[in-house]
Design a protein around this ligand. Structure first.
Ligand code: THJ
Length: 108
């Protein structure tokens, strides 16, 4: 049983605020356009960078780390929804990714 909301990639609105909790090398290789990156292990230190009035759609590679980040954020007063399947599912669904490396975006 989970005490947080989980949506599929198809349910994420086009204008969603995406929080990607993967490590920077993963984020740089391929991420959702406009996503912000705070790795899961930095979230306790950096959570105040987030806006308590914004709904965040939290994503990682396959859904493991986002399922930990989402209840943590909720517990600290932030609005967070877990994106099931992560960037792998996002790519499978043919949704846009960009890279910071100059290479074709990939999910790693
Ligand atoms: O990104 S992951 O924790 O699902 S491998």
């Amino acid at each position: 049983m989970s005490d947080f909301e989980t949506l599929t990639v198809d349910q994420v609105p086009d204008d969603a605020n995406i929080l990607d909790v993967r490590d920077p090398y993963e984020f740089d290789a391929g991420h959702i356009p406009g996503a912000i990156n705070i790795p899961l292990d930095q979230l306790p230190l950096r959570i105040e960078e987030l806006d308590p009035d914004t709904d965040y759609y939290v994503i990682c590679r396959t859904g493991g780390r986002s399922a930990r980040a989402t209840p943590y954020m909720e517990m600290h007063g932030y609005s967070a929804v877990n994106v099931a399947g992560g960037c792998g599912a996002w790519l499978e669904a043919d949704k846009p990714l960009v890279s910071e490396t100059g290479a074709e975006p990939i999910v790693r």
